[in-house]
Write a protein that binds this ligand. Structure first.
Ligand code: R7I
Ligand code: MG
Ligand code: MG
Length: 304
């Protein structure tokens, strides 16, 4: 049982990176049957920031917002070419020039804060680490969002994605997944009407065969509310196979690296790392480091 939990931690972080790498060559595309001729293994900002979240949780044995912000900045400055959107780098510059880590993001988008999916695409380590403590999970999911995404919809997307990961960690992969119960718990978890309605649509669309309709009704964009429910959908309708879930996610087009990353994190947390195809694991950029991080996160958790 202990080994299964460790495998789920690793599956989640590696799954995130694999989904991101698979989707990265299709970002902005339209719906297609995805044929992966060659897996480049190169991941983008989604995984780069997920790594930052894990590094900071490990170093502090829990959440420290100021430390996590510094890690994000350090990682970004080393590799600014990873496909970051405009918001986070601006926030990083403000923090660098002396603005407090929990104030800077309030300046974005005319003071509204960002509802981009950046806080949700990196939140997976919070989901695995706090899978058995809902209150902490919600509070840390919001806390890590505040560094770059203070809009309610950006923050809520991160909390829902973290909870989906946590539900996947606690599910038994050898028995059938009850998709409706999974969705019911997510719906009870959020008090936000936009997400409640989206999760109801996920429910209604579970048997839908028309991908265009799925993408239209759930969204496949860069906004958290147009991608987090979609990733949950991709996992639920393909819960039996890691491979099917991420390929389906990428085939919906739009923000493919991000929806791929979020789907891969949930699916990897469900199945464990053994379920991720070897050809993807072996070709994954810094795969050993990501595995090592997940194992450290599991180790810190198991000593708590
Ligand atoms: O959320 P964020 O980190 O972007 C993540 C995306 C993923 O697809 C990554 O793979 C990478 O490609 O980027 O970055 P933000 O700049 O905070 O948000 C992304 C986009 O969402 C912005 O550029 C805006 O287009 C949109 N957006 C908003 N638009 C209007 N008003 C986010 N918040 C707002 C808003 O309040
Ligand atoms: Mg990206
Ligand atoms: Mg993206």
């Amino acid at each position: 049982m202990k080994d299964m939990l460790k495998s789920k931690f690793v599956g989640c972080l590696v799954g995130n990176a694999v989904g991101d790498a698979l989707g990265s060559s299709f970002e902005g595309s339209w719906i297609s049957e995805v044929k992966i001729e060659r897996f480049s293994g190169r991941w983008t900002d989604d995984t780069h920031m997920m790594i930052g979240v894990a590094e900071s949780l490990i170093a502090n044995k829990g959440f420290d917002g100021s430390h996590m912000a510094q890690i994000f900045i350090k990682n970004y400055e080393r590799e600014p070419w990873r496909g970051y959107a405009s918001g986070p780098p601006r926030v990083f510059r403000w923090i660098r020039s002396g603005v407090a880590w929990n104030e800077a993001a309030k300046r974005l988008f005319g003071g509204a804060g960002s509802y981009g999916n950046g806080a949700a695409m990196r939140v997976a380590p919070v989901g695995v680490f706090y899978h058995d403590d809902l209150e902490q999970l919600r509070s840390v999911a919001y806390g890590q969002s505040r560094i770059t995404h203070v809009h309610e919809l950006g923050m809520e997307g991160a909390a829902i994605q973290a909870y989906a990961v946590a539900l996947a960690v606690t599910a038994d992969p050898s028995s059938e997944l009850d998709s409706h119960a999974f969705l019911g718990r997510l719906k009870d978890f959020t008090h936000n009407e936009v997400y409640k309605r989206k999760l109801e649509r996920v429910w209604r669309l579970l048997g839908e065969t028309n991908k265009g309709r799925v993408a239209r009704e759930l969204g496949n964009g860069v906004e958290a509310y147009n991608s987090v429910p979609t990733a949950i959908y991709c996992f639920l309708r393909n819960w039996g196979s890691f491979e099917d879930s991420v390929l389906y996610a990428v085939s919906l087009g739009g923000d493919t690296d991000t929806i791929g990353a979020m789907t891969g994190a949930i699916s990897g947390a469900h199945h464990g790392v053994e379920a991720i195809p070897e050809r993807w694991k072996s070709g994954l950029e810094k795969g050993d480091y990501i595995e090592e991080l997940a194992e450290k996160l599991w180790f810190v958790k198991s000593r708590k």
